[in-house]
Design a protein. Sequence first.
Length: 157
Amino acid sequence: MTRKSNVALAVGALVLGCSRPIYAAPPIDPCSLLTTSQVSSALGVTVGSGKAAGPRDCQWSQPGGGVGAKSVLLEILGPMGNRTPVDRFNTAKMPVPRVVKTPVSDLGDDAVYVQTLDVALYVKKSAFVFSIRVAGFPVEQSKAKAGALARDVLAKL
């Protein structure tokens, strides 16, 4: 090899070695991760079919809606700026004043409940991160229902 070839090879190796991996969101439809039957069973009420609330969100709700209606929102966390889904998960775990965060040891690789005005369950399995919000129930019931639904999601991954 010539000196020029050696330099080009070294620069190429340096660039590849220093580059940050690019996250590509899995081509998963969030509405395919839970069935209407699973959500209805977990909530104890009949819900309608899952409806896309965005490209990475799906929502199941009690027909008629209204104040106090029971619902579930499932979100697949994607990259945000230069932050990967795992970075976003780690941020969700960080302590914040007046926000109750409860680690969960038996879901995925890592999981945490984040309680503000409602409760969200964030779950990480490898580089895949999702959250589940259950509305219309007291906090402890929301946590239990979100945990049951997270197990259903994990079974499909």
